[in-house]
Design a binder for this molecule. Structure first.
Ligand SMILES: C[S@@+](CC[C@H](N)C(=O)[O-])C[C@H]1O[C@@H](n2cnc3c(N)ncnc32)[C@H](O)[C@@H]1O
Length: 386
């Protein structure tokens, strides 16, 4: 490891905003430092370097800070990560929007991102299927001599990651550990034959439609246990009168949006998620269930894409972690975004881990709240907007 003091001082100036911010959470980690240090000794050509999974801009801005590179291609699954990168570029580099376009551009996973790339610098995703999906795209679209450096923290890494990369690269090696992080290097891309191994889909016995998922879709193709309890309350204690304007906030694989569209055939459903993989999955789930004409899907933070006072029902199964960190602030952010979009008399139907005790908050910001169900793990509440 070369000298990291100056680089680390630069990264320490980055902020996680607008992603949740808290003193114990920082905008870079040891894996970012390892990757940036390794990139110093690799061949870097303008336009041929790709960054994947950058959380808040540390990799992209670190590369721009360390080198004279231009035209970085960047993929971040989440809208909040994209916004953090942009606002850090403005604040720390002083780059205007036009200058930022010269420095880096956002791309979806695919040929526009990886076409002809010679170096991919990435934070290892937590899910193996996300890693496989990224590796498939790199091996399919990048230059045959592409080098991939992928970093992660030891506690989130496993040998299965080497194996997944090994399906698409002839050589995969691991670095020594440093500050409880390490780096995998993959070379010798093996062009995959046949169709991409995603989107995945599966049918849960309690549903009469398939759930679709890409690698980064929260929960994959599974019917989440919290959502299961929420859906049970929709069947047993449906809102009255029938809802006509429904929001699925944080739609994941689309299970709640599609359940609602099937239960209320005259309703319009707006499904929204900050994750590109969730949005793509929900579209497929809705198409396969034959309700795509009534399920509109948006990639946006919280309720940003929902008009004020539009909804008479909001369905919410909020996450209780951000990245690898357990943190209730993400759920708070989503709950606080609900009152603006609910009509007076409209309902928030919320499921959460019972230990989290969100009831006082929703009672205060939305209105009178009733517990509709509770099992060993989850609670479902109904809050009616004042
Ligand atoms: C627990 S999952 C629920 C997924 C699906 N609704 C279900 O019930 O299986 C929470 C979802 O919230 C999304 N999410 C997290 N933060 C968000 C934000 N700020 N804005 C929109 N969606 C967000 C995540 O990407 C994830 O898909």
């Amino acid at each position: 490891m070369g000298s990291v003091t100056e680089l680390e001082a630069f990264l320490a100036r980055l902020s996680r905003e607008p992603d949740i911010d808290a003193p114990e959470l920082q905008a870079y980690d040891a894996a970012d430092l390892l990757l940036l240090d390794a990139a110093r000794s690799l061949k870097l050509r303008d336009g041929d370097v790709v960054v994947v999974g950058d959380r808040h801009g540390a990799l992209t801005l670190g590369l721009l800070h360390e080198t004279a590179l231009r035209g970085l291609r960047v993929h971040q699954d989440g809208v909040l990560g994209e916004r953090a990168l942009t606002s850090n570029a403005t604040r720390v580099l002083g780059a205007s929007p036009a200058q930022q376009t010269e420095l880096f551009q956002h791309h979806p996973l695919g040929s526009s991102l990886f076409g002809g790339a010679t170096l991919v610098v990435m934070q290892l995703p937590r899910s193996l299927s996300e890693l496989e999906e990224i590796a498939w795209h790199i091996a399919t679209h990048a230059s045959p001599d592409v080098v991939v450096i992928a970093g992660g923290r030891d506690k989130h890494m496993s040998h299965s990651m080497n194996e997944r990369l090994g399906r698409y690269f002839g050589e995969v090696t691991a670095s020594r550990g440093w500050r409880k992080a390490r780096m995998l290097t993959a070379r010798g891309a093996i062009r995959p034959l046949g169709d991409p191994p995603f989107a995945l889909h599966a049918r849960d016995p309690e549903l009469d439609f398939d759930l679709f998922a890409f690698g980064a879709t929260f929960g994959g193709t599974a019917f989440d246990h919290g959502s299961r309890l929420l859906v049970q309350t929709l069947r047993e204690r449906p809102p009255s009168p029938d809802p006509t304007h429904i929001v699925d906030l944080g739609c994941g694989n689309g299970v709640l949006a599609v359940t609602a569209a099937l239960q209320w055939p005259r309703a319009r459903v707006l499904a929204t998620d900050q994750s590109a993989a969730a949005v793509a999955a929900t579209k497929l789930t809705a198409q396969a269930a034959g309700v795509a004409d009534r399920v509109e899907v948006h990639r946006a933070d919280a309720t940003d894409s929902v008009p004020t006072g539009w909804a008479d029902l909001v369905l919410l199964n909020p996450p209780f972690h951000t990245g690898a960190t357990v943190h209730t602030a993400v759920a708070h952010r989503l709950m606080r975004a609900v009152p603006r979009v609910l009509q007076p008399g409209g309902e928030l139907r919320l499921v959460f881990n019972s230990g989290l005790g969100y009831r006082p908050l929703v009672e205060r910001i939305i209105g009178p709240t009733t517990q509709l169900a509770r099992n060993r793990t989850f609670t479902v509440l109904s809050s009616i907007a004042r």
